[in-house]
Write a protein that binds this ligand. Structure first.
Ligand SMILES: Nc1ncnc2c1ncn2[C@@H]1O[C@H](COP(=O)(O)OP(=O)(O)OP(=O)(O)O)[C@@H](O)[C@H]1O
Ligand SMILES: [Mg+2]
Length: 246
């Protein structure tokens, strides 16, 4: 993990705020807040400062952040509004190594503004046809923002709450359908795990959960780490692509 982070530093010239990562999907319950917190905790374990902007009026990440055990170098910002979101992202980016934005499950101006400032938009979706149709709406919104601002916004779909045992035929078909329309799908899926729900009940990070109280903690840690590495590799690939274009 640290190696990938360092490589990313080098490819981006060691400039602070190398990445603004935005979690977006109009589908409620897709796994945005859960994946955002998992990624933030993984990054906080190996970099100096991570900021999460909780841009959902229900403030789920703030609620997690108020529980005991939040890493000291992980800050949660809660007062973002449609009027302030761009400034909030830019200010956080100046002061952080990574900025993560958790958005609400609707298509609002705030969602569009946040996407326009992203180095990577992650679209979590459960691997079902109905959910994927909602994820496709987020994909279209990102593309509209690219058109409107004449910029390229890297984006990847993340299958979440997936069945641990197997990649189903449905999942493979959905993955192919995203890829055929030019959308990257992370190879790593976030598995449905009690430990991920427990984070929001107990607070802290996966490593601070008590394996005597919560089942499957080691497997959850392994899965979350693999997800974070996949995110860093995607960011690295898009930074390299930008460097080649420049
Ligand atoms: N990988 C997972 N394993 C187990 N439970 C999960 C997982 N991902 C999400 N959940 C649970 O599913 C529910 C919805 O997840 P979450 O709040 O992360 O979705 P969301 O996309 O942020 O929803 P909203 O649109 O309402 O903000 C929560 O109860 C959460 O604990
Ligand atoms: Mg949420």
């Amino acid at each position: 993990m640290l190696t990938v982070t360092r490589t990313l530093w080098r490819t981006t010239g060691g400039v602070r705020a190398i990445a603004v990562i935005v979690f977006a999907s109009p589908k409620g319950g897709a796994g945005k807040s859960t994946s955002a917190v998992l990624l933030a905790c993984e990054l906080a374990a190996s970099v100096h400062k991570v900021t999460v902007i909780d841009a959902d009026p229900n403030r789920p990440v703030c609620a997690w952040g108020r529980l005991p055990g939040r890493p000291d170098n992980l800050t949660v910002i809660e007062d973002a509004t449609e009027d302030t979101i761009i400034r909030t992202i830019e200010d956080a980016a100046k002061a952080s190594d990574y900025v993560i934005v958790d958005l609400e499950g609707t298509a609002t101006m705030m969602v569009a503004f946040a996407i326009s400032r992203a180095n990577l938009v992650i679209v979590p979706t459960q691997p079902s046809q109905l959910d994927a149709a909602q994820a496709a709406k987020a994909v279209r919104l990102v593309r509209k923002q690219e058109e409107a601002f004449k910029i390229s916004i890297p984006m990847a779909v993340l299958f979440t709450r997936s069945n641990a045992a197997i990649q189903t035929r449905d999942q493979r078909r959905l993955q192919e359908s995203f890829e055929n329309s030019g959308v990257t799908v992370f190879d790593v899926r976030l598995i449905e795990r009690v430990a991920y729900r427990a984070l929001f009940a107990y607070g802290g990070t996966l490593t601070s959960l008590d394996p005597a109280q919560v089942s499957g903690v080691p497997a959850a840690i392994e899965n979350a780490r693999a997800f974070a590495i996949a995110v860093l590799s995607t960011l690295e690939a898009s930074a390299l692509a930008r460097a080649e274009v420049a």
